[in-house]
Design a protein. Structure first.
Length: 197
């Protein structure tokens, strides 16, 4: 209940402040485990994607954000900390548990924010968790969240959800397939960014 109250609150705030436009919500599967993979240009991206989604999205977030009070709020909204630059077993375990229980995991494949607004490269092993359970991936594009790059007095932000990408059932999930799926995902995000600017 708390999550959905906050979701509606942020949606209203974003509508007023940023004229948020949400496209493709119908592309989010209604049930089952899911990964929402978005570009990352601003600290606003997690709440923007979360507020725009039809389902609760649990994000991996760098542990530095989990300071007193704010950290408690983040956790109450489904976020969990991850140590960057190292293999974090607790974070991986938490992510696996989310997918095992048919929840939605939010990730930023680039691993860090883009300073110039351009889409970066996906980190190695980005879709390892998705491949383990053959979880569908919804490529997601957030356009305009880096307010420093917007020249308008009243900025406009778009959140676009693409059609789900499914793992082929007739192929073994190996490094080659994971690389193909990662490239396909990033190409879709890139295309949505280009088409919606």
């Amino acid at each position: 209940m708390w999550y959905y109250f906050v979701q509606v609150f942020f949606r209203v705030i974003f509508k007023i402040l940023f004229r948020i436009e949400i496209i493709g919500r119908e592309n989010i599967p209604k049930t089952g485990p899911l990964i929402v993979a978005s570009n990352h240009a601003s600290l606003l991206d997690p709440p923007l994607v979360g507020a725009s989604s039809t389902r609760k999205v649990c994000f991996m977030a760098k542990e530095e954000l989990f300071v007193p009070i704010l950290g408690t709020i983040y956790k109450s909204l489904g976020a969990f900390p991850v140590k960057r630059g190292a293999s974090d077993r607790n974070a991986i375990k938490c992510a696996l548990n989310l997918l095992k229980t048919n929840k939605v995991l939010g990730i930023f494949p680039e691993g860090t924010r883009s300073k110039n607004g351009e889409l970066g490269h996906a980190g190695s092993g980005t879709l390892g968790l998705a491949g383990k359970f053959r979880v569908p991936i919804v490529p997601t594009a957030v356009i305009g969240s880096n307010l420093k790059l917007q020249k308008s007095f009243w900025p406009k932000i778009k959140v676009v959800f693409g059609k789900p990408i499914y793992f082929p059932q007739d192929r073994l999930v190996d490094k080659e397939l994971l690389q193909e799926m990662t490239e396909k995902m990033m190409n879709e995000i890139g295309k949505m960014l280009k088409d919606n600017r």
